[in-house]
Design a binder for this molecule. Structure first.
Ligand code: 1HE
Length: 273
């Protein structure tokens, strides 16, 4: 498939711990340190941040995966012992900036998970908007065993997916969850057989990319913020967002297309296309 990078090609090409391919409107990004099980060192955090704030203009959805047998083994523990308390605080804030660039960036991100999705790997996955797990995926938060605490946004994001009780159990007891258990608890939205995650992720990303950009933006930006508000404030923000979205030309054209029978109907569950 030909690559179609924007003028940002030079910058993105320098991100050597990521493998980046852009096919039409979907970017495929792989964490690319398989020999270290994609453990996330400072450089990789910075490269994730750089990628997500410099997305090529044509990109309308991203699929994020990991090279090798595991999605991500979390924080690169070899860098941990070198840090002072102040540096530790800054390090965590760098993770937060990178994870925010994923969650509150311009386009939705579909994470495709396999093998270990642990520690910072789960923090990266939980910054994405949809998670597809292959059957081999398993989730863990070994921070408790390593004598540390989550620092990449996990305490704010994982409980919003799976609940405080599940995260507490994982951190205190070292319990790991299988792909199926993760699905039941909300850590992923899909489980697929081994080797089928990328195709599923691309299928979802292409569908997402065909939505009006403002609708996707509203889902990404408004939904998590409304969830943090009181019901009354949330409803008010919802009204603002709804009015902005429906005033957009893309919305008007899409509604007209349905009424003129130029656009498809809502699909039944399991229907193709
Ligand atoms: C690493 C890391 C790492 C692997 N930092 N080097 N994360 C963890 O506590 C998970 C630690 N990793 C593991 O438990 C295992 O590596 C796996 C279960 C993920 C994979 O096992 P396996 O048998 O496939 O690989 P391996 O032989 O353990 O590791 C291969 C190499 O990767 C080896 O290096 P080598 O030079 O000896 O070949 C490992 O040392 C290296 N490696 N994982 C550094 N994490 C923002 S705060 C987030 C806080 C956290 O994420 S804490 C959780 C850290």
């Amino acid at each position: 498939m030909p690559l179609s990078f924007s003028p940002a090609t030079g910058l993105l090409a320098s991100l050597d711990l990521l493998r980046i391919e852009v096919a039409d409107v979907v970017a495929h990004v792989r964490l690319n340190r398989p020999a270290k099980r994609n453990a996330v060192n400072d450089t990789l955090v910075a490269q994730l941040h750089t990628f997500f704030v410099n997305l090529p203009e044509a990109v309308r959805a991203v699929v994020l995966t990991g090279e090798g047998d595991h999605f991500c083994a979390g924080l690169d523990l070899s860098e941990l012992s070198e840090r002072s308390v102040a540096e530790g605080m800054l390090h965590s804030r760098h993770w937060h900036a990178a994870m925010d660039a994923i969650q509150f960036g311009r386009v939705p991100v579909v994470a495709v998970l396999h093998g270990a999705v642990v520690g910072g790997g789960l923090e990266i996955a939980s910054s994405c908007h949809i998670r597809v797990a292959e059957a081999s995926a398993y989730y863990g938060l070994p921070e408790g065993q390593r004598g540390i605490f989550v620092g990449g946004g996990g305490s704010a994001r994982v409980p919003r997916l799976a609940g405080v009780a599940t995260m507490t159990d994982m951190m205190l007891t070292g319990r790991t969850l299988s792909a199926e258990e993760g699905l039941q608890r909300g850590l992923s939205q899909y489980v697929v057989p081994a080797g089928e995650g990328f195709a599923k992720g691309c299928e979802l990303a292409e569908r997402i990319a065909s939505n009006a950009p403002l609708s996707n933006f509203a889902v990404m930006q408004a939904l998590p913020r409304i969830a943090d508000l009181s019901q009354s404030d949330g409803l008010f923000v919802e009204s603002l967002m709804a009015a902005i979205a429906q005033g957009d030309d893309a919305a008007k054209e899409r509604v007209r297309a349905f009424l003129d029978k130029r656009a498809g109907k809502v699909r039944e569950p399991g229907a193709k296309g």
